[in-house]
Design a protein around this ligand. Structure first.
Ligand code: SAM
Ligand code: CA
Length: 247
């Protein structure tokens, strides 16, 4: 068992990397993944965007580099072309997506904050993939409702990445299940929520972690019980649950 001193020492080494919410057994192991697999193959534009984002005060929100690599590979594996992203921030997962989809691929990207998107936009433009992005500023839910009402986009998305307000994930799911195609994927991010999903209710937690925890727990239960999807929860980043629509 770790002594208090050892625990403090290992805690002191945590969260050095931007977007690092590693669930692995040690930071050294996470660092190994970054240095062996991710950084040597990270496109220059992704690196630049990561460095721009690192200087921003809310950089804890960014998708980590290992998750960016995972998303990029996944999108290529499923031949995603028509995609959606809810929660853009400065655009790291957006750029990972834009680089993975074909020239005529599309990303409907939504965020309530345009300023942060515009911070990363010059890097995305320089990478030559901005034409694939349709950015909509504002809350995502009304846009989804409108799309469902219009009836044009039913079953049309190959891939949807959800990385925004965790207290709305269940509401997103109700709509996205209609918009994703049968055989298509929805990825819900942060479903292990800092590891707090297994913490006792009285454990010390940051305020925002505690607030969203119940919503994440509720989502995880709902996804596991939903017969319209197959699921796979991966300990990449802060946990991502992939949902494949089957009906
Ligand atoms: N995927 C991003 C990346 O790779 O850096 C990180 C997204 S960050 C964790 C969450 C984002 O969700 C924030 O930029 C926030 O402004 C946005 N957001 C919060 N509530 C939202 C809503 N109702 N609709 C759309 N976006 C929202
Ligand atoms: Ca996230």
């Amino acid at each position: 068992m770790a002594t208090n001193g050892e625990e403090q020492q290992s805690q002191a080494g945590r969260h050095q990397e931007v977007g690092h919410k590693s669930l692995l057994q040690s930071d050294a192991l996470y660092q190994y993944i970054l240095e062996t697999s991710v950084y040597p193959r990270e496109p220059e534009c992704m690196k630049e965007l990561r460095e721009v984002t690192a200087k921003h005060p809310w950089n804890i929100m960014t998708t980590s580099a290992d998750e960016g690599q995972f998303l990029n590979m996944l999108l290529k594996l499923v031949n995603a072309k028509n995609t959606m992203e809810i929660g853009v921030y400065t655009g790291y997962s957006l750029l990972a997506t834009a680089l993975a989809i074909p020239e005529d691929g599309k990303i409907l990207a939504m965020d309530i904050n345009r300023e942060n998107y515009e911070l990363g936009l010059p890097v995305i433009q320089k990478a030559g993939v901005a034409h694939k992005i349709d950015f909509k500023e504002g809350p995502a839910l009304p846009v989804l409702d409108q799309m469902i009402e219009d009836g044009k986009c039913h079953g049309s998305f190959d891939f949807i990445f959800v990385d925004a307000d965790k207290d709305n994930y269940i509401n997103y799911h109700k709509r996205l299940i209609e918009l994703v195609k049968v055989g298509g994927l929805i990825g819900y991010d942060n479903t292990l929520w800092n590891g707090s999903v297994v913490a006792p209710p009285d454990a010390p937690m940051r305020k925002y972690v505690r607030y969203y925890r119940d919503f994440v727990l509720e989502l995880n239960k709902a996804l596991a019980a939903d017969p319209r999807i197959e699921i796979c929860m991966l300990p990449v980043g802060d946990g991502i649950t992939l949902c494949r629509r089957i009906q």
